[in-house]
Design a protein. Sequence first.
Length: 359
Amino acid sequence: MTGRFAVGLDVGPLFGRQTGIGQFVAMLRSELELRDDLTVVPYALSARAQLPDGVRRLPFPARPTLESWALTGRPRVDWALGRVDVIHGTNYVVPPSAAERVVSVHDTNIFTAPHLVSPVARRFAPIIHRAVASGAWVHTISHAVADQLQEILNTDRVRVVYLAAGAQVGASANRAKNTFILAVGTRETRKNYPRLISAFGMVAQDTPDLGLVIAGQPGSDDPAISVALDALPTAIRARVELLGFIDDKTRTRLYAEASLLALVSLDEGFGIPLVEAMAAGLPTVVAAVGALSEVADGASALVNPLSVVDIADGIRSVSSDDRLRESMIERGLVRSAVFSWANTASGLVDLYRTVLAAR
């Protein structure tokens, strides 16, 4: 399709404390609104929430509406959203509509590992199945996830558009080698923080100046994290800091001061902290699962996230080998330059045009 068109964009993830999906939506909206070839119509599903001016309200109670969309594909939202050519559901859900539709599916956990996601997120799977069966296209954020979704959803209407760094970070000069290991992300089960804490306990015995900082808001794995912390010797436990939610300024400072990033999740659809760390010139130790090895593309040390010993060995090797650290920093800076929000927006606009041309 050529010419100007209108995109209904789900901005619901912008309200409340932002996760990686919230960062994606914020940056995508900003980039799309700079373009002169489309009009952005932001919307949110909410019956009562206070929405900013300019955001269209889909005035339905969320829980029963999600259940109805899963079971019946009703109600449609055209009368509430107004005239748009494409609706982009940015967070696993795209509403029923006469318009063309795109849904962003960031990972496959709701299908393959529902025990790792919240009860709310578990409701998304049947909605996605129904949306795809009725013609919706799927945007996902890595080829690793795309390959799984094509099989799970039995469709070839899956397209990959990468994300980028959430925080505006720059490479840090004169980085200290043993300050603290940084982990970024909500304290949920798939982040695998208990094993990371146990691995830190092994490394910390031989590295007295090294700390561990976990920056992420509280989540479902807090009880298991407490057990892992209680298993550490008191002196090593004192070197672990749980920061909770952090703002962008603090996030940037942590990337500048850390000695390495550990992202040893049980699964990741992309891994925004990995790109942020590479852009900051921070060596990285990541799990050899999901999309992380794809995004790192040789710039990270890969470990088995189910093995505490392997995680510890990965941290030791990056901490102790100066030549390895320098090589990882150089490769990470080059790799991170591939990812930008301008590229994300352009890729999604190409997808919108593909969807419109195929109708």
